[in-house]
Design a protein. Structure first.
Length: 221
């Protein structure tokens, strides 16, 4: 699926890392694919261990920079003298998948669908890192977010309707300087759930563009 890869500049901007969460049919993440390139080596490599370290080692994470594709293209062109391969080609460099622990949805209190809807799902997209000073104003503008209760560490909430489905999401701080999440509530009114996965990817791309590193997508109901 074009347009959804994550691009990260490696330490000292000597290369790039390309990543993509692998999603199950219901939109939860089951694995993480990645491939890296450094100017010193000149070839592409794939390492699940490096992808894991990037998410668990705050020191390493503080030395990389999540960027948009056009910035990755510029760095690759400067270092290699060539054009960054398209996303279909980049996916062929994914050889060492990092599996993400999967489990059935944790249903603490079965949600009751509102009138006109037949199912309610709750997802959490978890991100490592911290948002910059200008990120929250941009997110509030892009999503027309309403301010929420700061005591719950929710910095804003937004909504969208797609066909017969109604989606709302909250942006929440998990810990100071360590992690953020986006909690999506999907109220399904259409006959299929085909709108869920594209929206999860779209929301993840927007958050990633603000410098956060996607970790996983979980489902709670």
């Amino acid at each position: 699926m074009p347009g959804y890869l994550d691009y990260i500049l490696l330490p000292e901007a000597d290369g790039i890392l390309v990543e993509e969460l692998v999603l199950a049919g219901d939109g939860t993440a089951t694995g993480l694919d990645s491939a890296g390139w450094r100017a010193a080596g000149g070839g592409w490599w794939s390492s699940a261990a490096y992808a894991r370290e990037l998410r668990t080692d705050a020191g390493l994470r503080g030395r990389v920079v999540a960027v948009r594709r056009r910035e990755a293209e510029s760095v690759y062109r400067r270092l290699s003298g060539a054009e960054l391969p398209d996303e279909a080609t980049l996916r062929t460099f994914f050889h060492d998948r990092l599996p993400l622990a999967g489990s059935p949805p944790l249903v603490l209190t079965p949600p009751q669908p509102p009138d006109g809807f037949h199912e309610v799902r709750v997802y959490r997209v978890l991100f490592a890192g911290d948002l910059g000073q200008d990120s929250l104003p941009r997110l509030r503008e892009v999503w027309r977010m309403a301010l929420a209760d700061p005591r719950e560490r929710v910095v804003g909430t937004a909504e969208s309707r797609v066909a017969g489905d109604w989606f709302t999401w909250d942006v929440r701080r998990i810990g100071p300087g360590t992690a953020w999440c986006l909690d999506l509530t999907a109220r399904l009114g259409s006959e299929s759930d085909t709108a869920v996965r594209p929206l999860l990817r779209e929301l993840t791309v927007v958050m990633r563009a603000e410098g956060l590193i996607p970790v996983t997508i979980e489902r709670f109901s």
